[in-house]
Design a protein. Sequence first.
Length: 232
Amino acid sequence: MSKLSYKNFEYLLCSVVEDPLALWSKFVSLDGKIKRVKDELLKNDRVIEITGKSERSNSKDYIPTSLTCPSDSEAFLDIELPIIVFVLKNLKLEGKIEFQINDQCNFRRRFVLVANTAREKIKKVTSTTAFIPLTLADNWNKLEINLSTLCKDTYSTDYKSLLRIKLHPNFRYRRIYLQEHHYEQSNDVIDELHQALVNFSSLKNKSYSNENKYCQTQPIINSKVTLKKRKM
């Protein structure tokens, strides 16, 4: 897969470019929807909305609506940047975000973040998969996850690369990107994010307007997002 990056940032999804799901494959169940909608809190900026029943709402054979990156099921992202950022809206329905990483021992580890559910109150870990309760604020959130720390804390191994992301219902998404480390918001960071976004758009031969520079790179809500830890 081609790298859509600029220095310390790499975009996977931006809702305002002409084809925001170019890197993603989608599956839509009979009761689900994936669409681009206008969000009133963002002054009618377009965002990606995924809705539908959760995987556990039906029989074990039920396959929920989802988006998966990369689009090729036999390919991997293989991105070494350790921080992944989701700018997403809490729709106050049960939802999941799933991603798979490769560690330095070349074991594949899957993490499933679960929001707005009473069924998973504590972290559950198997040798291959960790289910982690996710606490979100109302409306828009900036969820920043240090994959190195998460891998080390959960499996006592070192993070190597991000392989795959799967988005389940029920969230709205504005941006998904990776970065080298945590950044305080500044004009330099905004400029780099914007340049990464321009590259993301141009590599797909799409147009992107400079007038969106600040509205697409500034945080929407400085909310505190919590990954609940298992009690020992």
